[in-house]
Design a protein around this ligand. Structure first.
Ligand SMILES: [Zn+2]
Length: 198
């Protein structure tokens, strides 16, 4: 791994007791990013990229604010990490994200050559790490990327569900003109279901 090009406000995780503890610790950092997205009216998804036990980038979902359909938390976090490292390959890095990556993000993770992906809530409708599709680690997909799912899954899923419930409630009472662009997914959410993020 190449040296960092710019100083990073790092969180060291090397002293944590177990990989599970470290995963949960880092997923909480991703959850804080998701909270930032929710505060901005974006679907609450957050991601961090970790290199050698340090967080080197953080990002949250921003398609609405950036007018960018590709501005998922994972994509933004990968871009920032690559800039920090001065390398478009993120070999050895781990990406933590609060919801299972979609097809687009799974493809980007492959291009970035991350070593590992850790996600929170599975996305049964659109998850591309085994729930709806298996893009990462598809037999034709190289390189192999280690996948760990379900880390703080309840907290990650609850944040999404709460966001959509609140948004639906708001939409019901809002002027349709003012709420244009904030489409609520159709149909009631089932228990444990994670809505599509965009
Ligand atoms: Zn995505």
């Amino acid at each position: 791994m190449s040296a960092l090009k710019t100083p990073v406000k790092a969180i060291k995780t090397e002293g944590l007791a177990s990989p599970q503890t470290a995963d949960e610790f880092l997923m909480r950092a991703a959850l804080r990013e998701a909270e930032r997205a929710a505060a901005q009216g974006e679907v609450p998804v957050g991601a961090v990229v970790v290199s050698e036990g340090r967080i080197i980038s953080r990002a949250h979902n921003q398609p609405l604010h950036l007018n960018d359909p590709t501005a998922h938390a994972e994509i933004l976090a990968l871009r920032r990490a690559a800039r920090r490292l001065g390398n478009y390959r993120l070999s050895g890095c781990t990406l933590y994200v609060t919801i299972e990556p979609c097809v687009m993000c799974a493809g980007a993770l492959g291009h970035a050559r991350v070593r590992r992906v850790v996600f929170g809530a599975p996305d049964r409708k659109a998850g591309a790490c085994g729930s709806a599709l298996m893009v990462l680690n598809h037999p034709r997909f190289r390189p192999r990327i280690e996948i760990t799912g379900g880390v703080l899954s309840s907290a990650c899923g609850a944040m999404l569900r709460q966001f959509f419930v609140e948004r639906r409630h708001k939409n019901r009472h809002a002027n349709a003109e003012g709420e244009r662009g904030l489409q609520t997914p159709s149909g009631p959410l089932q228990a444990g279901e994670v809505p599509k993020r965009s």
